[in-house]
Design a binder for this molecule. Structure first.
Ligand code: 0JX
Ligand code: SF4
Length: 326
């Protein structure tokens, strides 16, 4: 009689995953602002698109608002990692708000590109999701020069003054492959279109998608930890499915995983979006281990070392607190 072998059950844990440099900086900014100035600290929009992060900071005294006019005159407000348009800065100045701008420097880089190319007389095609805060912020830098392309169908509607002076820019958290295909469609219409001086889709978005592409063909199921409104997290589910994962789901917390998803599954890929704290991934790994998936193999596609210093407004006040050396 042949021996009966136990089914293989393993987790492929993607690296890099989770917090990027811009998210770490933005979350620490709110934490340090609470320590330095005391509660409440107002934050315009979700500091990053993650339910757990927002709920945790709320408990510590952060008040999240949708619009600048919800912040009391003269109070302190933090702008989120996704960036704001110049109009929002102007509104804050009108209300005499003390602003700490936690916009990721890599989003600011795209804002600067928009301003520069608009000043040089280019028509700018901004590839990104309509209604996403980052796209609203970048668009607001040069609304007369920018047209937003969200879907391939939008490409046909683009109108430019001079087909030799067109540039495409993008949101930082898009699917790399989908963006390239949209650029291909745009190039058919505008063969002389210029590309951004450096990648607008940031290193963190690219790396998280790359590792998922590499593990997905070996996975029956890929679980992505992240929130529904997190563009980069949602993209990871799509990338997993396109790269060959049999199924893939986005969950904010381990308890959202449906046990039925594990039926007949032997390899589970696990990753998380750029706005997701590692403790949530640890919670998922514990939950999976309790169900026989305790064998975890880390699969690394890139090393990340980038860090950003805190916003200058905050650094100045933190420095002022350091006692003088004797
Ligand atoms: O929805 P996004 O992916 O742009 O934002 P999230 O989830 O907060 O991720 C990190 C912040 C990204 C800013 O570029
Ligand atoms: Fe910055 Fe990229 Fe992180 Fe967005 S995802 S905050 S652009 S590093």
């Amino acid at each position: 009689m042949g021996s009966v072998t136990a089914p293989i059950r393993r987790v492929l844990l993607a690296a890099p995953r989770g917090y990027c440099a811009g998210v770490d900086r933005a979350v620490v900014t709110v934490e340090k602002a609470l320590e330095q100035y005391g509660a409440p600290v107002y934050v315009r929009k979700e500091i990053v698109h993650n339910k757990h992060v927002v709920a945790t900071l709320q408990k510590r005294g952060a008040i999240f608002v949708d619009q600048t006019d919800e912040v009391p005159e003269g109070a302190l407000v933090v702008f989120s990692a996704h960036g704001v348009s110049p109009a929002v800065h102007a509104e804050a100045a009108d209300r005499d708000l003390r602003v700490i701008d936690a916009t990721c420097p890599l989003v600011t880089k795209v804002h600067k590109e928009a301003v520069r190319f608009a000043n040089e007389g280019y028509d700018i095609v901004l590839i990104g999701h309509k209604g996403h805060e980052e796209v609203e912020g970048t668009y607001g830098e040069a609304p007369d020069a920018i047209q937003i392309v969200d879907t391939p169908a939008d490409v046909e509607a683009v109108q430019v003054a001079d087909p030799e002076k067109v540039i495409w820019l993008s949101q930082t958290t898009l699917s790399v492959d989908e963006t390239l295909s949209t650029v291909g469609l745009l190039q058919k219409r505008f063969p002389l279109m210029t590309s951004p001086p450096s990648d607008d889709i940031c290193y963190a978005t690219q790396n998280r998608q790359e590792v998922v592409k590499q593990i997905a063909p070996d996975c029956d199921l890929v679980l992505v930890v992240g929130s529904r409104n997190s563009s980069n997290s949602v993209r990871l589910v799509e990338v997993a499915l396109q790269a060959g994962a049999r199924t893939s789901y986005l969950v904010d917390f381990a308890h959202e995983v449906d046990e039925a998803w594990l039926d007949g599954v032997s390899t589970i890929g696990v990753t998380s979006g750029a706005s997701v704290p590692e403790e949530l991934v640890e919670g998922l790994l514990d939950w999976l281990a309790e169900r026989g998936f305790g064998d975890v193999e880390v699969f690394t596609a890139a090393k990340e070392t980038l860090t950003f210093s805190l916003p200058k407004e905050l650094r100045r006040d933190l420095r002022a607190e350091v006692p003088a050396a004797r």
